[in-house]
Design a protein around this ligand. Structure first.
Ligand SMILES: [Zn+2]
Length: 290
């Protein structure tokens, strides 16, 4: 069953323009429409599967962030890059909170980031709704997986959501809960694909960053401002994720039916070069304070 949104999930405006029609390339093969809010410019998947139907769209061995399998070249590269980016992520939180402290990784997947953070001295917890991913995460991080973040007694110094917020159907409730669990001077770190990037413009409906219907919202630097206003958050930094342009281009090539690795590397590199001026990298890390 599908749900048609009559209001923009961020600013509640009721007028949209058509943005693109995208296919679900990894699970269902179904087509979904993306619309753009006329007021805040948020692009979102509409209609979208009802909340109860969403888990069906994650039922794939290929859904890499929920598995630990490295059985194809793309998955192998994903894991290699993941190792490197995890170290970068820990460096970032070390810099934001010098004395270290407590961390919640919301949507922790298979739990590798909290494992590394705990090793480096953080008190890191994870939350993951997908049962299979949750089992892998808790085997790597005994007693560090939370069933309900609302029940955690202390607030967190850092809350991270790496490519997660675009997946949550209850956007309002989720952000409000995360804010409540964030310490007064804490940092909320949200990483999202950016549909204003060069690789997105190049691949259009094949761009892997759209990943319909699992991605419900498609943010950019403009609509994230309206997101910040709505949730009374202060956006203090916007940082690039430079590896994402290559990985997303590789996947996009696959969806186009070509799998031209060399072209993917070229587009990835072009994307990063063009973003030097605009900051429109393939994925962006937004750092907020309350
Ligand atoms: Zn809007």
């Amino acid at each position: 069953m599908y749900e048609k949104l009559e209001e923009c999930p961020v600013c509640k405006h009721s007028q949209f323009t058509n943005h693109l029609i995208c296919d679900d390339h990894s699970v269902s093969g179904e087509s979904f429409a993306l619309v753009k809010c006329k007021k805040c410019s948020l692009v979102f998947t509409n209609p979208r599967p009802e909340q109860g139907a969403l888990p069906d769209y994650y039922q794939s061995d290929q859904y890499i962030s929920h598995t630990d399998k490295g059985n194809s070249l793309i998955n192998f590269i994903y894991k290699l890059v993941r190792k490197y980016t995890i170290r970068r992520k820990v460096k970032l939180i070390d810099k934001l909170n010098r004395g270290q402290g407590s961390l919640l990784d919301y949507g922790c997947g298979t739990g590798d980031f909290i494992k590394t953070a705990n090793k480096k001295g953080w008190h890191a917890y994870g939350y993951e709704p997908d049962k299979d991913a949750q089992n892998i995460a808790s085997s790597k991080n005994p007693d560090k997986l939370l069933d309900r973040i609302e029940n955690h007694k202390d607030q967190f110094n850092i809350i991270t959501a790496w490519h997660v917020i675009e997946h949550v159907s209850e956007l309002n409730k989720t952000i409000k809960t995360l804010k409540k669990q964030l310490a007064t001077d804490g940092h909320l770190i949200i990483a999202l694909p950016n549909h204003k990037s060069y690789d997105a413009a190049f691949y259009k409906e094949y761009w892997a960053g759209y990943d319909v219907p699992r991605h419900l919202y498609h943010f950019d630097q403009e609509s994230i401002k309206s997101f910040a206003t709505k949730f009374k958050l202060r956006l203090i930094h916007t940082l690039p994720m430079k590896f994402d342009s290559y990985y997303v281009s590789m996947l996009s090539e696959k969806y186009k039916g070509k799998s031209n690795l060399l072209n993917a590397l070229k587009i990835g590199l072009n994307s990063n070069n063009k973003a030097i001026k605009t900051n429109d990298y393939s994925s962006l890390i937004y750092i907020f304070k309350k």
